[in-house]
Ligand binder design. Structure first.
Ligand SMILES: [Zn+2]
Length: 118
């Protein structure tokens, strides 16, 4: 379970508590819990937004195919080293950095190339 899930579950539990208070007409306590929950929810929403913008979610920040999908081949030096669609992956030791496979249409050389970030 993620930390965010734990917090959201906690908020849900407090809401159940609040519902019980509403039944028993304990207005002051209900107001206090409402304020707490609003603060917690706002914080969770903020954190969730940070998370989708950050590098924690590689799928969201994955770069598109390069504008120019053909490069000079490092082996035969012909301009036929071609980006292979659907091969984009995150670099093993560099979170937030992506690479894609290139295949030379001329000599058949294949290699992984780092992609520019967006
Ligand atoms: Zn080549």
């Amino acid at each position: 379970m993620t930390e965010l899930e734990t917090r959201l579950k906690h908020i849900r539990d407090r809401l159940a508590e609040l519902e019980a208070m509403a039944r028993e007409d304990t207005t002051e306590a209900a107001h206090r819990v409402t304020a707490e929950l609003t603060r917690e929810l706002n914080q969770a929403i903020e954190d969730a937004a940070d998370r989708t913008e950050g590098t924690d979610t590689p799928a969201a920040s994955e770069p598109r195919a390069p504008r120019d999908p053909v490069e000079k081949c490092p082996r035969c030096t012909l301009r036929s080293f071609t980006f292979q669609d659907g091969t984009i992956r995150e670099r093993a030791n560099q979170p937030g950095h992506f690479e894609a496979q290139y295949h030379c249409m001329s000599c058949g050389h294949e290699a992984w190339r780092e992609l520019g970030n967006r």
